[in-house]
Ligand binder design. Structure first.
Ligand SMILES: [Zn+2]
Length: 206
C-alpha cells in the first residue's frame, strides 16, 4: 500500500456494503475485509471480491475463512434450515445468525489494529433495526466502548444507519454503484422468495 490504511470496510457483497465501500473508497487508504463463514450465498463472496477490484486498487482486500465446515460455527445454524425458517417475508428475525456481526466485527478489528486504522465501516441501515440487534447504533457504540477499554480509538462508521433500503439504493445509484454486481439472496440463487430477495426487489423498484 502506498499509504497507511485508515479505513477498514466490512464487506458482504450485498447492496448495503457495496454502497458503504463506494463511500469509504473515496479515500484510497481503504482496505476491505470479506469473510467466508460458510454462508449459503456463495455468490455474494464473488460479488464482494469483484466490488473491491472495481472500487479500490488491487490488493486492498483481506479474505478470512472461518472453520465453518466443522459444523461448530455458523454452518450449524445456517445449514439445513428451510425457507420458512430462514427469512421468509416478515420473518426476518429468524434470519438472524447468532453472534455473526460480533465475530465479523472482531475480524475487522483485528485487521484495523494490525494496520493501525482508526475506522471500521459497516452497512447497517434502518431496515435492519427491527430484526437484527447487532445492526443497531447502540450495538456499534458499545463495540467502540469495548475498543476504548483496550486503549484502542476505533470508530465504527455507519453512514447508512438512518437510511431505508430504498434510500440506500437511491444513494448508491447517485454514486454509480452497479447493483447487478451485488447479491442478497440467502441462498445465493436469487430465489425471489426469501426475505432478502423481497427487500431487494422492493428497494430496487423506482
Ligand atoms: Zn432469495
Amino acid at each position: 500500500l502506498g499509504r497507511a490504511v485508515t479505513r477498514v470496510v466490512l464487506l458482504s457483497g450485498g447492496m448495503d456494503s457495496a454502497v458503504v465501500l463506494k463511500l469509504a473508497a473515496r479515500d484510497e487508504s481503504t482496505i476491505s475485509v470479506v469473510v467466508d463463514y460458510g454462508q449459503k450465498n456463495r455468490a455474494e463472496l464473488v460479488c464482494a471480491e469483484d466490488l473491491v477490484l472495481r472500487s479500490t486498487r488491487r490488493g486492498h482486500l483481506v479474505k478470512c475463512r472461518l472453520p465453518c465446515d466443522s459444523g461448530v460455527i455458523f454452518g450449524a445454524v445456517d445449514k439445513g434450515r428451510t425457507l420458512a425458517e430462514i427469512g421468509a417475508p416478515g420473518d426476518s428475525p429468524k434470519a438472524y445468525t447468532p453472534g455473526r456481526n460480533t465475530v465479523l466485527l472482531a475480524l475487522a478489528l483485528h485487521v484495523a489494529e494490525h494496520e493501525k486504522a482508526g475506522e471500521i465501516w459497516v452497512g447497517a441501515n434502518r431496515d435492519d433495526y427491527e430484526g437484527y440487534p447487532d445492526c443497531r447504533r447502540e450495538y456499534f457504540d458499545a463495540f467502540e466502548t469495548m475498543c476504548a477499554a483496550m486503549g484502542k480509538a476505533i470508530v465504527i462508521k455507519t453512514p447508512l444507519i438512518h437510511f431505508s433500503k430504498k434510500q440506500v439504493v437511491a444513494l448508491g445509484r447517485d454514486l454509480g454503484v452497479d447493483f447487478n454486481k451485488t447479491s442478497s439472496c440467502y441462498f445465493g440463487t436469487e430465489c425471489g422468495a426469501c426475505d432478502a430477495c423481497v427487500l431487494r426487489k422492493h428497494a430496487l423498484e423506482i
